[in-house]
Design a protein around this ligand. Structure first.
Ligand code: CDP
Length: 208
């Protein structure tokens, strides 16, 4: 059985939490695709001593191994910015494409969260959700997780969203057939329940 759930949307909208919960509910595998870009971004920054060389970033992406996704420091704000810089490079996106496509179509069902899952990685995904929330709500959530200065967290999110939405290769955009899920005023449980209900309805429609 192949069934793909594509979860896209801007930073800190709740994709990760929703993705893990939906995967657990249906017994599907889950891939946080942001981790791929974070791993490449952090490595490229380290190797370039703060400057990203596009050719080298492509090479890092081609050599990426599953264990690289478990490295420390991938969740930091700096790693997020590095990720969105390498994510704008076509050679990096190309190198990460096959792994994500294979994961999406694996036997037993898969949930992928990211920016371009429903548009580029798996346009044929059986269920697509575009998860959003207001800038302020998303910044509040990140600020509670990370601490630091709220204004800096908000500015960081906005900078990253702008870079992700404005790049030419696979920009962050809702697929035409994605369902919009705005989590601004929803609890985690309510957001998960809405996502599960949508996936269930698509599952019933496809599996008849
Ligand atoms: O967790 P958060 O929403 O803050 O970010 P993430 O999902 O870990 O993604 C980090 C960065 O990777 C994003 O800002 C994007 O630039 C990039 N990314 C992407 O371009 N395409 C994806 N499918 C996933 C992430």
């Amino acid at each position: 059985m192949r069934f793909t759930v594509a979860l896209d949307g801007p930073a800190a909208a709740g994709k990760g939490t929703i993705g893990r919960a939906v995967a657990a509910h249906f017994g599907f595998a889950h891939l946080d695709t942001g981790l791929l870009y974070r791993a490449v971004g952090v490595q490229a920054m380290q190797d370039g001593r703060g400057v990203i060389d596009p050719d080298w970033a492509g090479e890092i992406a081609r050599r990426l191994k599953p264990e690289d996704l478990g490295r420390e420091g991938l969740r930091t704000r700096i790693a997020g910015q590095a990720a969105s810089k390498v994510a704008a490079l076509p050679e990096v996106r190309q190198a990460l494409l096959a792994f994500q496509r294979d994961f999406a179509r694996r036997e037993g069902g898969a949930v992928l969260d990211g920016r371009d899952i429903g548009t580029v990685i798996c346009p044929a995904a059986e269920a697509k959700l575009f998860v959003t929330a207001s800038d302020e709500v998303r910044a509040q959530r990140r600020w509670k997780e990370e601490g630091g200065e709220y204004a800096a967290v908000l500015a960081d999110l906005r900078a990253r969203d702008r870079r992700d939405a404005e790049r030419t290769d696979a920009p962050m955009v809702a697929a035409a057939d994605a369902v919009l899920l705005d989590t601004s005023d929803l609890s985690i449980d309510a957001a998960v329940a809405e996502a599960v209900a949508h996936v269930q309805s698509r599952f019933d429609a496809v599996r008849g």
